[in-house]
Design a protein around this ligand. Structure first.
Ligand code: PRP
Length: 211
């Protein structure tokens, strides 16, 4: 058997998901040591974990550098990677939403200026409504855009709603709910189906037990 490569999103969500793997019996103790290493192996279990930027995890999995990965539904809908989406991990819950300044009144006769990191999601959402928009693609701190008059609305992730509130913005509409998903490389799944299934099913059983 060769190493099974698992890509985790760097940050709080990834640590939470690693905890799920650990409790399900797929521990890799060195990952808990405080250091700046990005790759960790458990030779005995033939597992290799690595931390990737959350929006890059799907790229590793799509290209087969990782057999398994964890990505939010937002990333999967924005980048539509060619991977299998196998399991809803029920963590990293938030929503994709349209938000605007509290006093914003939409004039449907005018082109709507939309600031977002999620251009494809925003385009699809407004195309389905037949609404003409002007996408302003930003890379972060999207909430600033309507405040400075760069856009009319934003399409962004809302978790607690705190960021919107503290910037005097409010949700206009929820587009879809988000949670973390387990994704699998297609060829890898065909070649080592039993091994991947064993990981998936053990994780799913563990989640059931903890629910
Ligand atoms: C996300 C999102 C919001 C914030 C929402 O930002 O873009 O800014 O979290 O969380 P809240 O509803 O709990 O306040 P992220 O931390 O990913 O940073 P960025 O979008 O600025 O890159």
């Amino acid at each position: 058997m060769s190493m099974l490569n698992i890509a985790l999103p760097k940050g709080r969500l990834g640590e939470q998901v690693y905890g799920m793997f650990e409790r399900a019996g797929f521990a890799c103790p060195s990952i808990r040591e405080e250091n700046r290493k990005l790759i960790f192996e458990n030779q005995a279990l033939e597992l290799r974990y690595f931390w990737a930027k959350p929006s890059d995890v799907a790229i590793y999995v799509e290209r087969g550098a990782a057999d398994i990965g964890v990505a939010g539904k937002d990333i999967l809908l924005e980048y539509t990677p060619d991977v299998y989406e196998m399991l809803d991990l029920n963590v990293g819950k938030c929503r994709m939403a349209v938000a605007a300044k509290r006093d914003f009144r939409d004039d449907r006769q005018r082109t709507l200026r939309v600031a977002t990191k999620f251009s494809r999601i925003a385009e699809n959402y407004y195309a389905a409504q037949g609404r003409e928009i002007d996408i302003i693609h930003l890379n972060g701190s999207i909430e600033i855009a309507p405040i400075l008059g760069l856009s009319d609305v934003i399409v962004d992730i809302v978790e607690t709603g705190k960021t919107l509130k503290e910037n005097n913005l409010e949700v206009v509409e929820t587009i879809f709910p988000i949670s973390a998903r387990l994704i699998v490389n297609k060829a890898g799944y065909a070649f080592q189906k039993e091994r991947v299934e064993q990981v998936l099913q053990t994780l799913a059983a563990q989640m059931e037990e903890e629910a």
